[in-house]
Design a protein around this ligand. Sequence first.
Ligand code: NAD
Length: 261
Amino acid sequence: MGTYAVTGSASGMGAAVVERLLADGHRVVGVDVKQADVTADLSTPAGRRAASAAVLELAGGVLDGAVLAAGLGPAPGRDRARLIAEVNVLGVVELLDAWRPALAKADRAKVVVFSSNSTTTVPMVPRRVVRALLEGDVERALGTLRLLGRAAPTFAYAASKVAVSHWVRRQAVTREWAGAGIRLNALAPGAIMTPLLEQQLATPAEARRIRAFPVPIGGFGDAGQLAAWVVFMLSDAADFLCGSVVFVDGGSDAWFRATDW
Ligand code: NAD
């Protein structure tokens, strides 16, 4: 049985992952702004430092895996773009950088980062925002996002997920990750019924947009189903999975990319 760090453990898919890991007899160190083993605000540098240190201490310096599910959706709001950049990108990259040595100490550790199918279904995500986020320069990313007015949270969200997916692919194959025996992968869900989606559906215009979005299978995904994918990606069956972005989205990504070639 292993020890796993899970961010976003208090709600939605993170909570569903914790439930499954505990049911399988694993130890979990949950991180969230509320109701967690480690209570920390991942939108601040101090919160991220405190969270990474507390997890390492509680885990005894060895992690068999990590699941990075903490995240904010593209809801409207004045400071939303900043929060999205801080939590969805730096809340992944800085924690994983800090946890990498502990993951390397385990045998074939596995990491699952939550991306999104927004990476391929939102058109014209500004490359300069993605580049700034990959360089950890939130202010520069926000400078471009401000020009987009009310659409800023939508593009901040898509850019945050493009950035973490790219970071996963880029890091996964390096000496520090694959070379240290760590499997680093991402999961890209579509619309999954969690409090994050419920918040978006509460705005009528946003609800109309979400319900009109092409989902070939129809309906919304279920947090428990996505947690099952995460647990699979943490299992021995995923030993040969490295740097992949796995789409579980009812077919939206395929629908948008069907005419790529
Ligand atoms: P959720 O809102 O149910 O859970 C997200 C968790 O992140 C919450 O417990 C919240 O407290 C935590 N969190 C938010 N800000 C934080 C902060 N500053 N510090 C610490 N924790 C913080 O959402 P969910 O739908 O389960 O989302 C999980 C992941 O999946 C997110 O990264 C999200 O972007 C991604 N995702 C969700 C959907 C969807 O439709 N639900 C689709 C694609 C991707």
